[in-house]
Design a protein around this ligand. Structure first.
Ligand SMILES: NC(=O)c1ccc[n+]([C@@H]2O[C@H](COP(=O)([O-])OP(=O)(O)OC[C@H]3O[C@@H](n4cnc5c(N)ncnc54)[C@H](O)[C@@H]3O)[C@@H](O)[C@H]2O)c1
Length: 369
């Protein structure tokens, strides 16, 4: 799998690090290497000069897409550029790992999904947290039926990087480039990937949205207007086995004390499961017969085995590698029963929820999906 990256910023370089240590995957059916990179910034193109497999570094994405040495393109650019670049990738006959939120709004996401279907290319949307050992264990736990009747679900992604008013604004702080959905586009795919895959699709939503600081330094001595939603709490109803179950989804950039904490919790009449990447090595399972929560240390138990010792702990780059492994395996028809990357349809469904959340907040009303 020869990969080209368009957008070599924060996430583009994280992806490069996955291919740089692809060999840690054990008995993996696909070899992967990074062959081409496109970014507008000279300093980033220079950075990619360290990667020995990269044959092409360019500022023109058309040049990357014309390369015969690229099979799959990973696009990690600001949200207002998603639709154009994703559709260009598909028109060039390449497979795509798209970044979330998969278009700046619902209409864009639907057009991208339609272009993906028409093209017949293999397309998935980035979301790496379900590949954490604790998340995988939680998914298996829920699927086993151990919860009994499901009583409530919580899924969220919290950080606090917007609490510092002196932090310069970037494209993520402006609706024009981040999207009117703000933090939901930024963090939301991470919170809905597992619920959606488990069949827990919201039927109605009541959303509470909050903005951050209206002005920030622009990084060039002036100040910039910031208008995106920073915190979004979505109180949803889902139907599980004929019962209406409350599901709370939280996406926050103003969560004091949180750095990059992704959590998933499901509680039922017979059992419960609780996992937070903040305590990456620990999962809590509720056992009714014991009458309490049991803490279990996870170790480095990955869906796609790696050479890393089983007693070691995992971090963000490990999850990202696992997500890329899931993409490569599914593309090669070798995913089997394992958890796969988010699909274009799931990305569109997430946008349907964000759109409903905007309406709910504006009208201070519950919105049906
Ligand atoms: N999966 C995750 O955990 C995660 C985390 C952060 C961001 N993201 C997503 O990744 C995407 C990128 O975010 P980021 O934080 O890496 O942003 P970033 O600003 O760090 O990087 C974006 C890069 O795109 C480049 N770029 C802009 N226009 C371009 C063009 N026309 N051609 C080529 N390059 C171009 C910029 O120069 C920049 O280097 C977004 O969709 C964001 O939501 C995902």
């Amino acid at each position: 799998m020869r990969v080209g990256i368009i957008g070599g910023g924060l996430m583009g370089r994280e992806a490069a690090s996955c291919f740089g240590r692809w060999f840690v995957l054990q008995n993996f059916p696909v070899r992967a290497e990074l062959t081409a990179v496109c970014d507008l910034r000279e300093d980033l193109l220079e950075w990619f000069g360290q990667v020995p497999t990269v044959q092409l570094r360019t500022k023109d994405h058309a040049e990357l897409l014309a390369s015969e040495n690229v099979d799959v393109v990973y696009v990690a650019v600001p949200h207002h550029l998603h639709e154009k670049l994703y559709c260009d990738v598909l028109a060039a006959g390449k497979d795509l790992l798209a970044e979330k939120p998969f278009g700046i709004d619902l209409a864009a996401a639907r057009r991208i999904r339609d272009a993906a279907n028409t093209s017949g290319r293999f397309v998935r949307c980035s979301s790496e947290f379900p590949f954490a050992p604790g998340a995988q264990r939680a998914i298996d736990y829920v699927k086993s039926g151990a919860l009994g009747r499901v009583l409530e679900i919580h899924s969220g992604f919290l950080h606090s990087s917007d609490l510092d008013p002196a932090k310069p604004a970037n494209w993520k702080r402006h609706s024009k480039t981040c999207g009117e959905i703000g933090v939901m586009g930024d963090l939301g795919m991470h919170t809905v990937h597992i619920p959606f895959r488990l069949g827990w699709k919201p039927q109605r939503v009541f959303a509470q949205l909050q903005k951050g600081f209206a002005q920030r330094p622009d990084g060039q001595g002036g100040s910039a207007e910031c208008d995106t939603w920073d915190n979004a709490t979505l109180n949803c109803d889902v139907t599980i086995d004929g019962q209406t179950v409350p599901m709370r989804l939280q996406q926050k950039r103003l969560a004091p004390g949180q750095t990059n904490s992704w959590h998933f919790e499901a509680i039922g009449t017979e059992g419960g499961v609780r996992y937070n990447t903040r305590d990456a090595n620990t999962i809590f399972i509720y056992e009714k017969e014991k009458g309490g929560w049991t803490r279990i240390d996870l170790g480095h138990t990955m869906a796609f085995p790696v050479i890393t010792g089983g007693i070691f702990e995992s971090g963000f780059p490990d999850l990202n590698l696992q997500m890329w492994a899931a993409y490569a395996a599914e593309r090669a028809g070798k995913l089997a029963a394992r958890f796969g990357c988010a699909t274009p349809e799931e990305a569109v469904q997430s946008h349907e929820l964000w759109q409903a959340a905007l309406k709910s907040h504006a009208e201070k009303a519950v919105v049906e999906l």
